[in-house]
Design a protein around this ligand. Structure first.
Ligand code: NAD
Length: 329
């Protein structure tokens, strides 16, 4: 049986990845310090021979006394609210954390996959974004801690691959949504869903003309595992190529939820990218992968998933998750 380490495994994407890997017959070691994740995301998985949860901060070294075949490195604050609350930690987990996990993969001769992000493209001057585009990132803006951590992690992965011979993969993940997102994590889909389901105004930043693409989590996880099982070492975009404006997303959420909410407009955040759309030619060719779930279907599945339970979470969840004084350490 093959063993996969999933860091950030108690988070949104990591927990879906754990489910998928277990269903495919892998043994899973889920490693998380619960900074932004929750045990609730993995409580449905029986702990035992096939699944082990390890509470560990990845900025510290990790020793595992058993064979490992895959390392999926997903640990990192991911929503702007989280990484702006944890700027130093975001840089540390992208740097030390990635070093530590690459060292583990090297020692175990495991295939290593890092969760990079479309944010490495910054506010792109090229549209849609192919992997050959080098990006346009503001290193000193409020988003720089996340964007540059991901860019540094990519550089590190390629160095371990080229100089140390580690078998590595880089997934450039575009906006993904689905069950287990936190209603107050600040990302567009859970925010709009929460507002629409509560019949409150749906808040769109700017005039809503900025574009994003939204990939349903089951599609993404299928692509991640296909990438891990491939022999591709260069970055691969994984996301839904169907481009939507934020205004279209808000309208779709209101339609799918049957809400009577109105749409209101708020100031655009600093360095908010104007456009975002993956060119997934490489994923199609190298992995035979493309998304299958439509936005309407994915939103419905998100609501049917665990939304009612999550909806009871309060904005304080963010504050409760964070040990006091963490950023000073
Ligand atoms: P998430 O916040 O739900 O999950 C991140 C997980 O990492 C959490 O469980 C958190 O507790 C854990 N973590 C953070 N720091 C840690 C540390 N030092 N040690 C151990 N665990 C730690 O976010 P997500 O949306 O599931 O994102 C997962 C990964 O995918 C991140 O690396 C993110 O940058 C990347 N990504 C996500 C998206 C998306 O749309 N969701 C898009 C691009 C990239």
């Amino acid at each position: 049986m093959s063993t996969a380490v999933v860091t950030g495994g108690a988070g949104f994407l990591g927990s879906h990845l754990c489910d998928y890997l277990l269903a495919k017959g892998h043994r899973v070691l889920c490693i998380d310090n619960l900074d932004t994740g929750s045990l609730q995301n993995v409580e449905h998985i029986q702990s035992g021979e096939d699944f082990l949860f390890i509470n560990h901060d990845l900025t510290e070294p990790l020793f595992l006394d058993e064979p490992v075949n895959y390392v999926f490195h997903f640990a990192s604050p991911a929503s702007p609210i989280d990484y702006q609350r944890l700027p130093l930690h975001t840089l540390k987990v992208g740097s030390y954390g990635t070093h530590n996990m690459l060292g583990l993969a090297k020692f175990k001769r495991a295939r290593f996959l890092v969760a990079s992000s479309s944010e490495v493209y910054g506010d792109p001057q090229v549209h849609p974004q192919a992997e050959t585009y080098w990006g346009n990132v503001n290193p000193i803006g409020p988003r720089g801690v996340y964007d540059e951590a991901k860019r540094y992690a990519e550089a590190l992965v390629m160095a371990y691959h080229r100089q140390q011979g580690v078998d590595t993969a880089i997934a450039r993940i575009f906006n993904t949504y689905g069950p287990r997102m936190r209603p107050y994590d600040g990302r567009a889909v859970p925010t709009f869903l929460r507002q629409a389901l509560e019949q409150k105004p749906v808040t769109v930043f700017g005039d809503g003309s900025q574009t994003r693409s939204f990939c349903y989590v089951a599609d993404l996880v299928r692509g991640l595992v296909a990438l891990a099982e491939s022999d591709e070492n260069l970055p691969v975009n994984l996301g839904n190529p169907e481009e939507k404006t934020l205004l279209e997303l808000a309208e779709t959420v209101i339609r799918v939820t049957g809400s009577s909410s109105e749409i209101v407009f708020e100031a655009l955040p600093v360095d908010d990218p104007q456009v975002r759309q993956p060119d997934i030619t490489r994923a199609r060719q190298a992995l035979g992968w493309e998304p299958e779930v439509s936005l309407e279907d994915g939103l419905q599945r998100t609501i049917d998933g665990d939304w009612e339970e999550r909806g009871r979470d309060t904005p304080n969840l963010v504050a409760r998750d964070q040990p006091p004084g963490r950023e000073e350490s």
